[in-house]
Ligand binder design. Structure first.
Ligand code: CIZ
Ligand code: SF4
Length: 306
C-alpha cells in the first residue's frame, strides 16, 4: 500500500514539474524518497551551479535554507522554492552578520573567509566564501594576508589550519550532526570492517578526522568511492549519502561510521511536501538585492580561485 502511494506521488510530481517548468535539486543528505525524485543530486555548490544554468524557471530546492539562498543568489531571475522552509542549518545559525562585523573590527587586517554554511547576510560580510571541497585552496590563495578569519565551523577551521600550516582565527560553530561521530565509532567500525577505507567529512571532530584515510566533502566522497579500488568504505558523515553511494556503486559496500549522524533538518523534506510546493509555488526563498550583490561577490571570488 505504502509503495503504491509513493509511486502515485512520484507520478504527480513528474506532472507538476512539467506544468511548472521546474527542476528538483536534492542534497546528498536528503531522505531516499526525495533522492528518488531528484533531477540532480549533489552538494550545495554543485546544486547552485545547476540552478544557475538550468533552463527551468522554478527550482525546487530540497536541502536546508542557506543552500536555497545560495541558489537564489546565483540565479536571481528564477523562483527558488523550498518544500519545507523551516529546514535550517544549526551551524549556519551559530553566527550572525553583527557578530561577524564585530570580529572583523577586532582584526582589521584579516581576510574573512566563510564556509558556505552561512546565511546570506553573513555571506555579505565575507571577503570570500568556501566549501568543504575548496576551503584549503581558498585559504592558500591568501598567502600574503597577515591574518585569516575562518567562520563558522571550528572543526573545518582546524582541518584547514592543519592542511595549510596557518593559524586561523576561528569561531565557536560546529555541526551538531557530525559532532555525534566519535573516535570510538571509527575504532569499532574498523574492527568490524578491517579492509574498509575510512572517509569522513572535515566537519567531524579532529580526533575522528585524524583516524580517516581521507577527509572529504560529499561531492569528493562520491568521486572517491567511484574511483578508488577499495570495495568497502566506512562513511563518517550524515547517513543520507549512503543511499546515493550504494546506488552509484552497486558492487561496493558502505557502512555508516555512526547511525546517530542524522541531520533532522535534512529529513524535513518529503515527497508530500514537494507536491505541495509545486502546487502552491511556495515557500519562496529570496535574498534582498543589496545582500545578494555583496554575498555574490564573496561567492564569485571563491569561483575565481578554484
Ligand atoms: O556544501 C555542502 O553541500 C555541505 C554542507 C556538505 C558537503 O560537504 O557536501
Ligand atoms: Fe548543517 Fe550539519 Fe545539517 Fe549539514 S548536517 S545541514 S552542517 S546541521
Amino acid at each position: 500500500m505504502q509503495k503504491k502511494f509513493t509511486k502515485d506521488l512520484s507520478r504527480t510530481i513528474k506532472e507538476l514539474k512539467k506544468k511548472r517548468n521546474a527542476v528538483i535539486l536534492v542534497h546528498n543528505y536528503q531522505l531516499p524518497e526525495v533522492q528518488d525524485i531528484a533531477d540532480f543530486r549533489g552538494d550545495s555548490l554543485e546544486l547552485s551551479r545547476v540552478a544557475a544554468t538550468t533552463p527551468a524557471k522554478v527550482i525546487v530546492f530540497c536541502g536546508v535554507h542557506f543552500m536555497a539562498e545560495t541558489a537564489s543568489i546565483l540565479s536571481p531571475d528564477k523562483k527558488v522554492i523550498m518544500p519545507d522552509v523551516h529546514a535550517a542549518c544549526p551551524m549556519a545559525n551559530m553566527i550572525t552578520a553583527a557578530q561577524l562585523r564585530t570580529l572583523r573590527k577586532e582584526h582589521p587586517r584579516a581576510i574573512v573567509v566563510g564556509y558556505v554554511n552561512t546565511s546570506a547576510e553573513v555571506k555579505a560580510e565575507l571577503d570570500v566564501c568556501c566549501t568543504s571541497t575548496n576551503a584549503v585552496a581558498v585559504v592558500n590563495a591568501f598567502k600574503d594576508a597577515k591574518e585569516v578569519i575562518f567562520v563558522p565551523d571550528k572543526y573545518l577551521a582546524d582541518y584547514v589550519s592543519r592542511k595549510t600550516g596557518r593559524k586561523l582565527i576561528s569561531w565557536d560553530g560546529f555541526c551538531p550532526t557530525h559532532m555525534r561521530i566519535t573516535a570510538e565509532d571509527i575504532k569499532r567500525e574498523k574492527e568490524f570492517h578491517p579492509f574498509a577505507k575510512v572517509l569522513v567529512h572535515p566537519e567531524c571532530r579532529p580526533d575522528v578526522v585524524a583516524m580517516a584515510d581521507a577527509a572529504l566533502s560529499t561531492s569528493q566522497m562520491a568521486k572517491f568511492a567511484q574511483n578508488d579500488p577499495a570495495k568497502e568504505f566506512i562513511i563518517g558523515t550524515e547517513v543520507g549519502i549512503i543511499y546515493r553511494l550504494k546506488q552509484d556503486n552497486p558492487t561496493k559496500e558502505f557502512y555508516a561510521a555512526s547511525e546517530a549522524a542524522v541531520c533532522p533538518n535534512m529529513k524535513r523534506t518529503t515527497q508530500e511536501k514537494v507536491v505541495w510546493s509545486l502546487e502552491t509555488l511556495k515557500q519562496e526563498v529570496r535574498v534582498s538585492d543589496d545582500i545578494r550583490r555583496r554575498a555574490k561577490k564573496a561567492i564569485d571570488r571563491m569561483l575565481e580561485i578554484i
